[in-house]
Design a binder for this molecule. Structure first.
Ligand code: SF4
Length: 285
């Protein structure tokens, strides 16, 4: 069986950059205790490596409720966070290591600018996702978040004067376009700014083209990861023999019976060593 590895599989630039900042951090010089706000990547191996470095995970709620002196350094992940985190850190003397991806910062700035201009912001993205919550926070928490067709249909435009549509960086291009057209139809003056990251475009475009040309597709990633889930959905639509796994132990031998060509891809939070293990295991099977 031939195994084709997607050229865009694995860590995107933003997650790689954040991981490098954290893995090369000189712990002895950082103010302790050191915490990371949520997970850097939705991957158990990455989470473990960070923990082994002496960096503990903290939720947004626990961080906001922490008392002065309880936290020495806080690491903001590539997904970014709202301005309240930076303000609170300053007030309590907490050092910040900000690994927010520059492309996410761009969306945060757009939300800030358009909110200051009293525009209504419609953010196409997953409700509750860290990046989306952070962007919304930079826009003073006034964005309407659209995740589904139903959300679109429920939008009320009666109080809108100016509308700007922005996207989560890992949003599906297809849904963003559909949502943009729907909104523009109801409110013709809408300004639509696609802030989908090119990495996501490339990854989704490639899987969309290659999924049906292969007998089986393996998508590696966490179900908590928005971009991995999106990759799986796109591939599954094109090829019903698509499987979503987190690591090599979840591969099943019978999936490969009679298969001649396999495509392997991975979400932006999947490290290279996990992809290598999956390929080795497919070869072994
Ligand atoms: S997917 Fe793109 S925007 Fe998101 S962290 Fe990666 S490089 Fe940055």
């Amino acid at each position: 069986m031939k195994i084709h590895l997607s050229q865009f599989a694995g860590f995107c630039d933003g997650v790689r950059r954040a991981y490098e900042i954290i893995s090369t951090l000189d712990i002895s010089k950082a103010k302790k205790p050191i915490y990371i706000l949520g997970s850097l990547a939705h991957n158990a191996d990455v989470v473990k490596k960070i923990e082994e470095k002496g960096i503990a995970k903290i939720s947004l709620e626990d961080f906001l409720q922490s008392k002065e002196g309880e936290i020495g350094t806080i690491i903001v992940t590539a997904h970014g966070s709202g301005p309240e985190i930076f303000e609170m850190a300053k007030e309590k003397g907490i050092e910040v290591i900000d690994t927010t991806c520059p492309k996410v910062i761009k969306v945060q700035r757009l939300a800030k600018v358009f909110s200051a201009r009293n525009c209504s912001i419609i953010l196409i993205g997953d409700k509750g996702h860290k990046e989306v919550e952070g962007i919304n926070s930079w826009g003073k928490g006034k964005s309407r978040i659209v995740s589904t067709q139903k959300d679109l249909e429920n939008l009320d435009f009666s109080n809108d004067k100016k509308i700007v549509v922005l996207s989560q960086t890992t949003q599906s291009e297809e849904f963003f376009e559909k949502a943009g057209n729907f909104i523009k139809n109801k409110f013709p003056d809408t300004q639509i700014i696609s802030t989908i990251c090119y990495t996501t475009y490339d990854r989704q475009g490639e899987i969309s083209k290659l999924a049906e040309k292969n007998d089986i597709v393996i998508v590696i990633g966490s179900k908590e990861s928005a971009n991995s889930t999106r990759l799986f959905e796109i591939a599954k639509e094109k090829n019903p023999k698509t499987y979503f796994i987190e690591n090599s132990s979840q591969l099943e031998k019978e999936w490969f019976f009679g298969m001649e060509k396999a495509l392997v891809t991975a979400g932006a939070s999947t490290p290279s060593w996990v992809i290598e293990e999956v390929i080795k295991e497919i070869e072994r099977l």
